[in-house]
Design a protein around this ligand. Structure first.
Ligand code: ADP
Ligand code: MG
Length: 273
């Protein structure tokens, strides 16, 4: 199909499916409105390579929009975002617009994987076919190599024995782990999780958080929007509290979660804890 031929093949680094180096995210003065509603209000943030950041905040505070902007799924109105110094999408400087070509945008998006609340697997494909789809079409991997990598990734998320299962034959927790393996198959430098356990039955949350915790130690930069405060406390290097499209507070979990400076953070935590 025409849409696929526009996607450039990304060079395949040697060395299996290990994380690539890098993954520094710089967000500079990013704002975004939907009509009259300002959803991101001059957000600036710098996240180091390999860091693990938890974003918390009420529904509607702009968390998903911020993640989508990092993946250039959302076009921002002002400011810019760079990963390892490479612009994502475009940069609006006052009246001047620097914009990447569509092919470059797609090539750079490979650096940023995303896992959503609702798994979003292809229902007509088995687990392993879900995982190999993007490496073959986007990275241009030979099918045999893509299958070998996919088996490795499914094993990593504890699903070596489910490669041939269809999504409907898997629990929500298993489906979400397939979705994580699929995101990893593009060897992203950055992995974004938008409430990855919110759609799961409580007894399935732990198995998905365990996989994310393992990734947190692997050197991939992680940004996780979550209401799992205990998980944020244990796994994140940094917690960010958002409200009204702004970062109200950020810092190590030991401070932000245990002794927040901002009264709004305290109120939020009192509600979710
Ligand atoms: P959160 O993830 O923190 O719940 P979101 O980033 O999803 O917040 O949304 C922030 C605000 O922007 C909400 O009020 C939401 O309704 C609004 N919003 C999000 N996406 C759109 C859109 N495509 N069109 C209009 N409003 C939107
Ligand atoms: Mg959201």
């Amino acid at each position: 199909p025409a849409a696929r031929s526009a996607v450039p093949a990304v060079p395949v680094p040697a060395g299996g499916v290990a994380a690539r180096r890098g993954g520094e995210i710089r967000i500079t003065g990013v704002s975004k409105s939907f009509g009259p509603l300002k959803v991101l209000d001059d957000v600036s943030l710098s996240l180091g390579p390999g860091s693990v950041t938890a974003i918390i905040g009420q529904s509607g505070s702009g968390k998903s929009t911020l993640l989508r902007a990092i993946n250039h799924l959302e076009r921002v109105d002002a400011g810019f975002i760079a990963i390892d110094g490479e612009l994502i999408g475009y940069r609006q400087d006052g009246d001047t617009l620097y914009e990447l070509k569509e092919a470059d945008i797609l090539a750079r998006r490979v650096d940023v994987g995303m896992v959503f609340q609702g798994f979003n697997l292809f229902p007509h494909l088995t687990a392993i076919e879900n995982v190999v789809e993007a490496p073959i079409t986007v990275r241009g991997l030979p099918r045999a190599r893509a299958l070998a990598e996919a088996r490795e990734l499914l094993a990593r998320v504890g699903l070596a024995d489910k490669a041939e299962s269809y999504p409907r034959q898997l629990s929500g927790g298993q489906q979400q782990r397939v979705a994580i393996a699929r995101a990893l198959a593009l060897r992203p430098k950055v992995l974004l999780f938008d409430e990855p356990t919110s759609a799961l039955d409580p007894e399935l949350v732990g198995e998905v958080l365990d996989v994310i915790e393992e990734l947190a130690r692997s050197g991939t930069t992680l940004v996780i929007v979550t209401h799992e405060i205990g998980f944020a406390r244990e796994v994140a290097d940094q917690v960010i509290f958002m409200e009204g499209g702004r970062i109200l507070e950020q810092g190590p979990p030991s401070r932000v979660l245990a002794a927040p400076d901002h009264p709004r953070t305290r109120e939020f935590l009192a509600k979710v804890l």
